[in-house]
Design a protein around this ligand. Structure first.
Ligand code: BG6
Length: 490
């Protein structure tokens, strides 16, 4: 069997990682706009003013600001997202290249701060609305279906500070107003929506990137933030269906498969508990419309008490998502035993898996894990699924013939496409696949340009130098062939 003929092949991006033009046409500052560049060994920093002094603190996507801080741009720092790959001014050229590859869908996110610059204005910013209209119309020209993430690590800075990173239920109304504005504005131009990118990273990051958070207050913050986001997501799903019954709205989970290191029952149980906390918790609420039985155990572990109203419970039940979407890069290994070799990447850290190869950035390449994940989750939720991120971050070199021969990327993607095919053969209703990414962009984790993910090379380096010229890599022509053959010619 092969992929369905109407399968949505494409690629994925996020506004803050491609658009640039961070202060153009009335756009307000987002949390990412005060995030500096980092590297493999150096974290990214959030810059802010505290008591009138410029300060910086290690940043992670989705993390809030320290108490009392006011986010600010340091004139002496470098912010890679400010220009990114300047999609804002290159979108026609880029979408044309996606069309040349035969894309059926293009995943992009909307910068909340282009639509509501501070986040709580009464009226949206017309120039921001117009920009995305132009982008969607360009997609339609080539029969490319936009797949739109409403929030991808780019909360308005003003709201993030005012409401302490989603610690106030007023955020729900503001998000729903923003989402509703989009649903009304782009009716007829967009069909597929995702409410929050990798919503579960709020929990995942507590034990990733060298973090080992144990204090109850941080857990209280994380679970409360998630609760408000679950309600915001559910109310957005309901609003979308009222505005256009054809809208298909998905959640988006950072999909990491956990394996036990040993057959010690304690490892097996710890693995299940890790999956519950890191992966199932968010998916269960968004797909089943209520908190799972194990939620109470997770809250009790950290003395968490949530503000949950009866209306919230009703909204959760009525606003379940139409499809389950997720990113997939790697698997992770859990153990209760002491291990010497620890590895980490993409919001997870654990023991090293002796059966897998690791990327320079610590991610285990594991296509079988993708098949496993698809089969487990489809069985659990029984709704259509999409893999909306999957790819290899690598350093690409321009060869003597002036081209980029990225066979390592082709190998990675081929193996994962084969894994998806097996899952489809096993009965999984997989409707789409958008690679991360389709064009080189700023890495969310490190802020690097040199950690490249695209089929299209962009001439820009880690210091912001380069012509921004676009060039197809070998993988560009390979993916074109894959799409044209409905996944048969790999
Ligand atoms: C996902 C994010 O976690 O992984 C993307 O949704 C991100 O925004 C992608 O870019 C790859 O991670 P990184 O850190 O290599 O950019």
């Amino acid at each position: 069997m092969s992929f369905p003929k109407n399968f949505l092949w494409g690629g994925a991006t996020a506004a803050n990682q491609i658009e640039g033009a961070y202060d153009v046409d009335g756009k307000g500052l987002s949390v990412t706009d005060i995030t500096t560049a980092g590297s493999l060994n150096e974290p990214r920093y959030l810059t802010y003013k505290l008591n009138g002094k410029m300060e910086k603190a290690p940043a992670m996507p989705g993390a809030g600001l320290p108490k009392g801080a006011v986010g600010a741009i340091d004139p002496n720092a470098y912010y890679p997202n400010h220009v990114a790959i300047d999609f804002y001014h290159h979108y026609k050229e880029d979408i044309k290249m996606f069309a040349e590859m035969g894309f059926k869908t293009f995943r992009l996110s909307i910068a909340w701060t282009r639509i509501f610059p501070k986040g709580d204005e009464e009226k949206p910013n017309q120039k921001g609305l117009d920009f995305y209209r132009r982008v969607f119309e360009e997609c339609k020209k080539y029969d490319i279906e936009p797949l739109v993430t409403i929030s991808h690590y780019e909360d308005p800075l003003y709201l993030s500070e005012k409401y302490n990173d989603w610690q106030d239920r007023k955020m729900i109304d503001l998000y729903v107003k923003y989402a509703t504005t989009l649903f009304k504005e782009y009716k007829g131009l967009v069909k597929y929506w995702l409410t929050f990118n990798e919503i579960n990273t709020t929990l995942l990051m507590l034990n990733a990137f060298g973090n080992n958070v144990t204090d109850d207050a941080t857990y209280q913050h994380a679970y409360q933030k998630l609760h408000y986001q679950f309600v915001a997501s559910a109310r957005a799903v309901k609003a979308a269906h009222e505005i256009d019954p054809n809208y298909v709205v998905g959640n988006m989970i950072c999909g990491v498969v956990d394996y036990p290191l040993t057959s010690d029952p304690a490892d097996v149980l710890a693995t299940r508990h890790a999956m519950e906390k890191n992966i199932y918790y968010c998916g269960d609420v968004q797909c089943k419309g209520k908190y799972p039985t194990y939620a109470k155990r997770l809250w009790d572990e950290h003395n968490v008490h949530l503000d949950i109203t009866e209306q919230d419970e009703k909204d959760l039940a009525e606003g379940t998502v139409d499809m389950y979407t997720f990113s997939y890069y790697m698997s992770n290994v859990i153990t209760t035993h002491e291990v010497k070799d620890k590895v980490g990447g993409n919001f997870s850290a654990g023991a090293k898996n002796p059966y897998l190869k690791y990327s320079e950035w610590g991610r285990a390449t594991d296509p079988t894990g993708l098949q496993y994940y698809l089969e487990v989750m489809y069985d659990r939720y029984d709704i259509p699924m999409m893999v909306v991120e999957n790819g290899l971050g690598a350093v690409d070199k321009i060869a003597d013939d002036g081209k980029i021969h990225d066979d390592y990327r082709i190998d990675y993607l081929r193996d994962h496409i084969e894994a998806m095919q097996k899952a489809i053969d096993d009965g999984v209703d997989l409707i789409g696949y958008t690679t991360w990414s389709c064009i080189d962009l700023v890495s969310a984790g490190t802020g690097q340009m040199s950690k490249r993910y695209g089929f299209i090379y962009v001439d820009r380096d880690d210091n912001g130098e380069g012509s921004l010229k676009r060039m197809p890599k070998d993988s560009f022509y390979w993916y074109k062939k894959v799409i044209a053959s409905h996944g048969e010619d790999l």
